[in-house]
Design a protein around this ligand. Sequence first.
Ligand code: CDP
Ligand code: CDP
Length: 223
Amino acid sequence: MMRRFLVAIDGPAGAGKSTVARLVAEQLGLTYVDTGAMYRGVAWRALQEKVDVTNEEVLAQLAEATQFKLEKEGIRINGKWLKEELRTPEVSQLASAIAKMGEVRQALVRKQQEIARQHGVVMDGRDIGTHVLPHADVKVFLTASIEKRAKRRYLELLAKGYQVDERTLQEEIRKRDENDQTRKHSPLRQAEDAVFIDTSDLTVSEVVEKILELCRTKVGGNE
Ligand code: CDP
Ligand code: CDP
């Protein structure tokens, strides 16, 4: 693949962003960057270190001081390998709350842009096409109905052995979507030049194929 090709994938929770972004990155030999895991990582550290989670300055410093190492299977935070720890309801809620804070966002966005200066990436999140990588080569906005998105999360958790109530899960996702769409700093919205894909009735491989096709067209068009 051409040097430093940048793919931005945004959308609400459970749309399939991380699943397809990881596969697209693999296919194209690009680095996958899960920016949600960065917000979750800061939330996780804040809970671990019992800092005042309403203090924006303290949280921004924490975000600034956190080292993120991207690996194929996930993210290492200050050298610690984290996976399930980042997916608890407590961390999800706090991640969504701290994502409203402008200074926290600034610190993480700087780190995300730095990664994209060094590597070609497939980066997924909420503000990648609109704010983090406004000049991305390919921008995609993924979504699906709230019922489908909650169902996917439900099945995922079930497969891991967790018993959860689907309605509660749907409500948790709805609240987070609302937070993300209505916040002042970089709210979730589709970039004007992003391609909209509704994944409600598509399989993972169909979505991956659509995005790969957009990338091929872009590379072809540039030659
Ligand atoms: O995996 P899921 O879609 O549920 O969430 P995530 O992508 O891991 O992101 C967790 C939270 O971080 C979201 O609810 C957003 O509030 C926030 N976030 C953000 O504000 N901007 C990003 N670029 C990525 C995540
Ligand atoms: O990152 P985001 O929150 O947008 O979604 P995800 O964590 O990738 O979760 C999506 C879940 O839905 C995964 O279990 C996928 O296998 C499944 N799925 C999908 O991602 N895309 C489809 N078109 C169908 C199912």
